[in-house]
Design a protein around this ligand. Structure first.
Ligand code: SAH
Length: 413
């Protein structure tokens, strides 16, 4: 559980004092976890990534303290509001303990892969920590964490024992070599690199994950509860899992008794991992007896092709990547969701179940669900909703943009 010695900068002992515009102050009081560069009206000095910035109101009363990041328009990420605090190992330990307590209801014999720290929503903005059995994967989205990493490692060692600790860096962070102090994406921070892929369990099903090269931290942990919902309705069904990545929904469908499961993803490493995940679960009778097919293909093309040959399924799952990175892409994203609904319905039997998800935080839940309904009406198959779902307990949300995941379960006539 020892972490390798890293030569990292120490956080400055001098804090930066800030004043904000009135709207930014209001947003902060309402719980928004970021301060943008343009909302700063006064600043006592320039700072380095990771310096602590203290925000005061116009009467010089303490409002909040956060991590300063001169490299981003998100200039400060808030750590603590209302009451001043010393940001140190003890403070981080307390945050990690609170987060772990929230996840306590997960049955860790059945599920030892889950998100331990969900960034802003767990009070550690710009940082994600996922657990895959004995391996922790720490993903950073800002260089501001780097001077605090040794404190984070000590806090983790106290509260969350691990064998391996892997570091992942967001795409924008990997470009900031000047601020990385030798840290690289995918490096192992414990003395030994894990041998091979990591196996972990989700609701009793074994999955492998590649936290060093995989997408995100290696697995899409946020869909766990939606996968259970799929498992619950899959008995004797044929299931199409589109944007299947490593086969999360596919394995659950088979485990629930689906007879035939088709997985589509244009990433060959992902479909290959799906095939290995099927092998990891041959001790589960339903998975052993299901028939699987994986297609390395563009999802839109695959759906159109299947429709053209009259292929139909009892359940169609559509879980695409994020379609809208910013405000200007919302319309395009909604249009892509609409096309997917139409294509999905094209291969869904009458009375079948459509499962459609969105992980674009920019797209509101209302716009997303309305788009699906309108498309279904357009196709002459108005949907009957079973359920609208959101976040699982290990992906809590504490502010509006934190609620990114939405999923519709509906029956199509
Ligand atoms: N449902 C998955 C997660 C999906 S992530 C799970 O439960 O784990 C989105 C996936 O879509 C990624 O694996 C990516 O490779 C794939 N993808 C993105 N665009 C695609 C496209 N146009 N056609 C097929 N797959 C695509």
């Amino acid at each position: 559980m020892t972490v390798i010695q890293l030569k990292l900068p120490k956080p400055s002992s001098k804090r930066i004092a800030l004043h904000l515009t009135a709207p930014a102050e209001r947003a902060l009081k309402q719980g928004h976890p970021w301060v943008f560069d343009q909302s700063i009206t006064e600043q006592s000095r320039e700072g380095n990534p990771g310096d602590l910035a203290v925000i005061f109101d116009d009467k010089r009363r303490f409002l909040a303290v956060g991590l300063y990041d001169p490299t981003s328009t998100i200039r400060v990420r808030i750590l603590q509001k209302i009451k001043p605090a010393t940001i140190d190992v003890n403070w981080f330990t307390e945050k990690i303990k609170t987060a772990a307590d929230i996840r306590a209801p997960l049955n860790q014999h059945e599920t030892n892969g889950y998100r331990l720290i969900h960034g802003e929503n767990d009070g550690l903005p710009g940082m994600v920590i996922d657990r895959y059995a004995e391996t922790l994967v720490l993903k950073l989205y800002t260089p501001a964490w780097i001077p605090h990493l040794n404190d984070i490692f000590s806090a983790l060692a106290k509260k969350q024992p691990f064998t391996h600790l892997i570091l992942r860096l967001s795409r924008s962070l990997t470009k900031q070599t000047k601020h990385l102090h030798g840290l690289t994406d995918g490096m192992t921070l414990t003395p030994q690199t894990p041998e091979g892929l990591i196996l972990f369990k989700e609701n009793g099903i074994t999955f492998e994950c590649d936290p060093i090269n995989g997408q995100k931290t290696g697995f899409f942990l946020d869909q766990r509860e939606n996968r259970v919902r799929v498992r619950n309705v899959s008995k004797n069904k044929s299931v199409l899992n589109v944007f299947s990545y490593t086969g999360g929904f596919s394995l659950y469908a088979a485990d629930g008794g689906a007879t035939e499961v088709t997985s589509v993803d244009f990433s060959t490493p992902a479909t290959q991992a799906t095939l290995r995940n099927i092998q990891h679960n041959q001790h589960r009778a339903n998975i052993r007896s299901a028939t699987f097919e994986t297609l390395d293909q563009d999802a839109f093309e695959a759906l159109a092709q299947m429709k053209s040959v009259g292929k139909k399924f009892d359940i169609v799952i559509l879980d695409p990547p994020m379609f809208a990175q910013n405000q200007s892409q919302i319309e395009t994203a909604l249009n892509a969701y609409r096309r997917l609904t139409l294509l999905g319905l094209g291969v869904l039997k009458r009375g079948g179940i459509l499962v459609q998800a969105s992980c674009s935080s920019r797209v509101s839940a209302d716009d997303f669900f309305n788009t699906i309904h309108k498309a279904a009406q357009e196709a002459g198959r108005p949907l009957k909703e079973i359920e609208r779902t959101g976040h699982a307990l290990d992906h809590p949300t504490s502010y509006k943009e934190g609620a990114y995941l939405k999923c519709l379960f509906a029956v199509a006539p």
